[in-house]
Ligand binder design. Structure first.
Ligand SMILES: [Zn+2]
Ligand SMILES: [Zn+2]
Length: 240
């Protein structure tokens, strides 16, 4: 069971911000997070590694994206996973609040990202078991919200080929091993892999292992240009 309010409760309760519980103004009634709390989310900003968007290393090349597949050329995250952003992701994944995606997508869409008419959004697929438990794929919900803002299609060209252990407690090295071979390319209608810019969409970036593995599967299927965008970016302790 989730703790989400029922439809009836939503109709009876005045809409309040998930994070600070302030009443939402009528014009924000469809939102889950109020403008003040959304403003507190801390954008990820340069100086950063131009490829993976991680804060610039103190010396030498970036270790985080060194082993990524060549096709994965640009990854960006909207905000750091702090100041209420973590709670917002939690509400999306575990709180049964999929409509929060519009708040998250608005923060993602504010960033300049190189999409054009040849771009499609590709959600990171969820393992079937987790999809059954949650009832929806949070990455797909995010991709659909972004698609409404960017006016480009969502195409499911990835299939989760095996279940993976939850990544939360793993180190960067074991995360990569954990997702190795986790994806296989499917057949999105009307997608010409070499000519299309594929924008992978996920909720959170931690080490980039999931995006890198998904990009590897797409690259092996013929994709040449893969980008990645996430709402949140976790701080990796002692990783510069
Ligand atoms: Zn608020
Ligand atoms: Zn990098």
């Amino acid at each position: 069971m989730t703790s989400a309010p029922s439809v009836i409760e939503q109709l009876l309760l005045p809409a309040e911000c998930l994070l600070c519980h302030a009443l939402l103004a009528p014009r924000d009634a469809s939102r889950v997070v109020c403008p003040v709390c959304r403003h507190r989310w801390r954008p990820v900003r340069p100086p950063w590694c131009k490829r993976c968007g991680q804060p610039e290393p103190h010396f030498g090349p970036c270790r985080l994206c060194r082993d990524w597949p060549t096709a994965l050329s640009l990854v960006r995250s909207a905000v750091w996973l702090s100041d209420g952003a973590r709670e917002a992701v939690h509400a999306l994944k575990y709180g049964g609040l999929p409509r929060i995606v519009d708040d998250l997508a608005a923060a993602m869409a504010a960033d300049l990202f190189p999409t054009d008419e040849a771009s499609v959004l590709v959600p990171i697929p969820l393992a079937p078991k987790r999809l059954r438990q949650r009832g929806y794929n949070q990455s797909e919900a995010l991709a659909r919200a972004l698609a409404r803002l960017w006016r480009i299609p969502v195409v499911d060209v990835l299939i989760r080929s095996r279940e993976t252990a939850t990544q939360t407690a793993l180190t960067p090295e074991t995360r990569l091993a954990n997702v190795a071979g986790a994806f296989t390319p499917g057949h999105g209608p009307g997608v010409n892999l070499p000519a299309t810019s594929l924008v992978l969409v996920d909720d959170v970036f931690t080490t980039g292992a999931t995006l890198a593995e998904a990009a590897r599967a797409l690259e092996q299927a013929g994709a040449r240009t893969v980008y990645g965008i996430t709402f949140g970016r976790a701080v990796i302790p002692d990783f510069t």
